[in-house]
Design a binder for this molecule. Structure first.
Ligand code: BG6
Length: 467
């Protein structure tokens, strides 16, 4: 692996930060969302109701533990840390005239702390959250108004942190807008019974693509050294059989994945995008100047999350769960406690497919294992997590060293335990560090390094020579 390959971890404010009512922060869409369990959708309330527990309010309390947590990341040897900024900490209502200075100061402290240890921050501007007030006032990303408001927020933080942050990611898993049954995290949208969901979905996608491009254009004016990435939820998919119809179904399954990255990398709606619009019979408005914005605001690198793979075909035997996307069961693969199929080779294939298609540097911005951990002797003996990560990193290395894929970094999800995005559960743990909270937020919040912590430390120390 190249000497300057970036090893680190990734997490998101709404699942980690907590401090929901501190430092002048406004309510975010996550603050009215309850936890659920495997296979069940999270319930969304209109307002906070006292008798319920909302996981984002405390999450795993990075807000009060950041010194300790960043020190733990540094101890593992992190060279980068992918994190997100909570929009409502900066603009509490999303359309405030002036930003919240206390919120800005909070992230100054985070970046200073990271830089103190030589950890490069990689910042996601939108990771499954937005100010709740924007949903109430504008109906979320149904409205074009969101483009300017989000660009205003992005300009504020890019201006403020231009000497501390070089890498920016605009929207987390932007394509999940097409996958989620209720795109609350993605766009602040809950569909009404009688509306045309397809058109709303394509319209919101268009606004986000324009917002992403506009942010990049504005960012480059602020600091030409900035590097911008997109972020795609990438599920490697296989056809169930070699029957041409199964292959065609596989082709169709990939259209919504390429829909977003084609625009973000190439700068226009390609034939793939148009084919998908047609197949879905989608209608949405495009303003005259949008095409120029999309053309100019293309990304410098392609980042993606990879957790599992799926099968597509006329007769998939059983359905399997995955990261938002579901598909057929693969008889050759084992699954996680949450039914996600474990497929390290799928990561190598994905890196190849993506690089062949776009030929720009890649970054693995999420990969990890959600599992039930037992705290014993103040640690967790998480061999299963080490196995998962070892095999995936091995495949990543092969893609780079044997297939010549240009990939410059890997951030494991998520170094410190956080709450799950899909279910809001605490017991679905990803971390190298165990956090003592349960599904109701009870516990000391104390941090305990798991065995995988020491394993990853070695991986970084040896630049993955020792896996
Ligand atoms: C990705 C998201 O979908 O997968 C993360 O970017 C999320 O926010 C991760 O946490 C794992 O999903 P889950 O549902 O297990 O938390």
């Amino acid at each position: 692996m190249k000497e300057d390959f970036l090893w680190g971890g990734a997490s998101a404010a709404n699942q980690y930060e907590g401090g929901y009512d501190q430092g002048g922060r406004g309510l975010s869409i996550n603050d009215v969302e309850l936890a659920a369990s495997h296979g069940h959708e999270r319930m969304i309330h209109e307002n906070i109701q006292k008798e319920y527990y909302y996981p984002s309010h405390q999450a795993t309390d990075f807000y009060h533990h950041y010194h300790e947590d960043i020190a733990l990341m540094a101890k593992m040897g992190f060279q980068c840390y992918r994190m997100s900024i909570c929009w409502s900490r900066i603009y509490p209502h999303g359309d405030d005239e002036l930003p919240n200075e206390e919120g800005l100061k909070f992230y100054d402290c985070i970046f200073d702390e990271l830089l103190k240890y030589g950890i490069e921050p990689i910042v996601t501007l939108h990771h499954f959250e937005m100010p709740l007030a924007l949903v109430k006032k504008y109906d979320g990303w149904r409205s074009r108004k969101l483009i300017d408001l989000s660009v205003k927020y992005a300009k504020t933080v890019m201006q403020r942190y231009q000497h501390k942050v070089k890498y920016w990611i605009t929207f987390n898993e932007i394509n999940s807008l097409f996958i989620a049954r209720t795109p609350w995290h993605q766009a602040g949208i809950v569909y009404h019974e009688d509306e045309n969901k397809t058109d709303i979905m394509f319209q919101a996608a268009h606004y986000q693509l324009v917002a992403s491009a506009k942010t990049i254009i504005e960012g480059r004016k602020i600091n030409p050294r900035f590097q911008f990435g997109n972020m795609i939820l990438y599920n490697c998919c296989y056809a169930m059989t070699c029957h041409p119809l199964d292959q065609m179904m596989l082709h169709n399954k990939l259209l919504p994945i390429y829909y977003f990255s084609d625009v973000q990398v190439r700068g226009y709606y390609t034939n793939t995008c148009k084919a998908y619009q047609k197949r879905m019979n989608a209608h949405f408005d495009i303003d005259e100047e949008d095409a120029d914005i999309l053309k100019e605001g293309t990304v410098d690198f392609y980042s993606f999350s990879y957790y599992s793979s799926l099968v597509e075909g006329r007769e998939t035997n059983q359905s399997a769960d995955g990261n938002l996307l579901d598909g057929g069961r693969n008889p050759y693969l084992k699954t996680t406690d949450w039914g996600w199929q474990i497929d390290p080779l799928g990561l190598r294939l994905s890196l190849n497919y993506i690089y062949d298609r776009y030929q720009i540097p890649l970054f693995v911005s999420e990969n990890g294992l959600g599992a039930i951990d037992q705290l014993e002797n103040q640690t967790v003996y998480d061999d299963y997590r080490i196995d998962y990560l070892r095999q995936h990193i091995q495949c990543l290395k092969e893609a780079i060293e044997e297939d010549y894929v240009d990939c410059f970094g890997y951030t494991m999800w998520s170094p410190i335990d956080i709450i799950s995005a899909g279910t809001g559960e605490m017991k679905k743990r990803y971390g190298f560090v165990y956090v003592d909270y349960d599904d109701l937020g009870q516990g000391t919040g104390q941090r305990y390094p798991k065995q995988s912590f020491y394993w990853y430390q070695k991986v970084i120390q040896t630049n993955s020579e020792e896996l």
